[in-house]
Design a protein around this ligand. Structure first.
Ligand code: HEM
Length: 162
């Protein structure tokens, strides 16, 4: 039971990244139409998704260990470029997101807008690549996991045969 919970976390994390992407795009569309309350709700919800992702991600990897990518050939460098750029930008975007949020919540909207215009594309890149990395690592190719994850690997091969 505990194993099934751990095994489902990568899919939960990919869903959180996908939800974050949709909320960011919706939030941007809303502010372009001057719908401030809708924009506020979408951006705060995107932030909650990203925080939940971070908590689950750390929990998963402290319990499951490292999951290795098994793809060979041209896809291998593509995967690692995505993974490194995703990780570096995820770290870089955190202070930007916190700054954009705190400026908005303290109603310093001119400064909020200046920072948020940089924050939004970087945050979007991080959440979209999060979904792509999940798909490459767990679905498109058979993941090579730590022994603790064997039941997850069986589970994913059952549902997503490749
Ligand atoms: C970190 C989360 C957020 C991001 C990434 C973000 C993103 C953005 C972006 C990109 C713009 C500029 C839109 C344009 O080019 O016209 C903007 C404007 C704005 N945002 Fe946010 N936003 C966030 C959170 C919030 C929150 C929580 C509020 C609360 C009310 C808010 C209120 C506004 C307002 C009022 C503007 C218009 C500012 C102006 O035109 O002077 N934002 N936001």
């Amino acid at each position: 039971m505990r194993m099934l919970g751990l095994a489902s976390l990568p899919a939960v994390n990919a869903t959180l990244n996908a939800a974050c992407t949709i909320l960011l795009i919706l939030g941007y569309a809303l502010i372009r139409r001057r719908r401030i309350l809708g924009h506020r709700i979408c951006m705060l919800s995107a932030f909650v998704c990203s925080v939940a992702f971070l908590v689950f991600y750390i929990y998963f990897h402290t319990h499951a260990g490292i999951i290795r990518f098994s793809g060979q050939g041209w896809i291998r460098p593509v995967y690692f470029v995505l993974l490194v750029s995703h990780t570096v930008l995820a770290v870089a975007t955190l202070p930007l997101v916190l700054m954009a949020l705190s400026l908005a919540l303290s109603e310093k909207f001119t400064r909020h807008r200046r920072i948020a215009r940089w924050t939004l594309p970087v945050w979007l890149y991080v959440s979209v690549t999060g979904v792509v990395i999940y798909w490459l690592l767990y679905i498109a190719y058979t993941p090579v996991g730590a022994p603790a994850l064997q039941s997850f690997l069986t589970f994913s091969l059952f549902w997503f045969p490749v």
